[in-house]
Design a protein around this ligand. Structure first.
Ligand SMILES: [Zn+2]
Length: 332
């Protein structure tokens, strides 16, 4: 609704300008409107803006949470879980390190199910009945791989494809859930089997927004830093944004106007430090735990980072490109 009003407002301004300046006849303006209506659904190139925090979920939008580096039973994880559930999200996705310290079967239910069992299906742990349909979509981190084959993780969750990397669609968002650990059998370089899978699946996607999630951050100015091996051609291949964890910080980085997020403050009880900001770093935060809240419709996608105290640290919105202002010129 917000985006629709914005669109109508922008069209109104453009038409008023055109009319006031007597640049166009009413017929030209009518053709312009028809073309605009026809072109809007086809426009995929986004423009990015910052906007005020979204308090309520607009109609016809989906809302989901992204948690990272969270799987360590205790107060920070409990606080972030309560925060996330207070949003009543449609589902929760993770960016890995779901089960500290070594991804063991003995700790997995206390680290994950204790806080998130009501989003997991099928759920076989001991904290409740679980969800009716699966609403919890994790990816593995290095700590999940510290037990051979990440087997407890793969046994605990029922995930698509090979269970290490997979995709799912929650319209209007297509999720590409990667495995960035060096143990991944299909590789983690930009020319690996996994990267080729990503490129092909992105090319086949018809979703409005295409999010790539992986544990190790391609770009970060915190303790672990940037991972050059994982700096794939995400933007060229058609992704909308990349969200990672591994560094226990929050950071938003723009590379050629393409957003990379680091979202690792989900509950592990230690927060990392920042070095000098890398090129493109826009927002850096390390003062409290928290999670990302994402709201998406056909017209916009808004990424927020919110602390367990409810403070909105960052808001970043990508809108569908609204108006090719030069179009009336072509009709003259
Ligand atoms: Zn990690």
């Amino acid at each position: 609704m917000l985006a629709s009003l914005h669109t109508i407002f922008s069209i109104g301004i453009a038409l008023k300008l055109a009319y006031t300046c007597a640049m166009f006849t009413p017929k030209q303006i009518a053709i312009f409107i028809l073309l605009l209506v026809a072109l809007l659904p086809l426009e995929r190139a986004p423009i990015a803006t910052r906007a005020a925090a979204l308090s309520a979920k607009p109609d016809a939008a989906i809302r989901f949470a992204i948690i990272g580096d969270f799987g360590s039973a205790g107060t920070p994880e409990a606080d972030v879980a309560n925060l996330v559930k207070s949003w009543n999200p449609d589902f929760i996705v993770t960016v890995g390190d779901n089960n500290y310290p070594v991804g063991a079967s003995a700790t997995i239910d206390a680290n994950i199910g204790q806080y998130y069992h009501d989003y997991i299906y099928p759920y076989t742990g001991s904290y409740g009945a679980g969800a009716l349909t699966n609403r919890f979509f994790p990816i593995p981190g290095n700590h999940d791989w510290y037990t051979a084959n990440a087997q407890p993780y793969r046994d605990y969750f029922a995930l698509a494809n090979n269970e290490r990397y997979y995709e799912f669609v929650a319209s209007p968002v297509h999720f590409f859930m990667l495995d960035s650990d060096a143990n991944e059998p299909d590789g983690i370089t930009g020319s690996s089997t996994q990267a080729t899978w990503l490129q092909n699946r992105l090319a086949a996607s018809t979703a409005r927004w295409r999010l790539v999630l992986l544990h190790h951050a391609p770009y970060s100015s915190a303790t672990h830093g940037s991972n050059a091996t994982l700096q794939w051609n995400y933007a060229t291949w058609g992704a909308t944004a990349v969200i990672a964890g591994h560094d226990h910080t929050y950071e938003r980085i723009l590379k050629n106007n393409f957003p990379y997020f680091v979202n690792g403050l989900g509950g592990y009880p230690s927060i990392y430090t920042f070095g000098a900001p890398i090129a493109g770093s826009q927002v850096r935060y390390r003062s409290d735990y928290g999670a990302m809240r994402v709201t998406a419709s056909d017209f916009f996608i808004t990424f927020e980072f919110i602390t367990r105290a409810g403070v909105v640290i960052d808001t970043y919105t990508i809108n569908v490109t609204i108006l090719p202002l030069y179009l009336p010129m072509a009709l003259k």
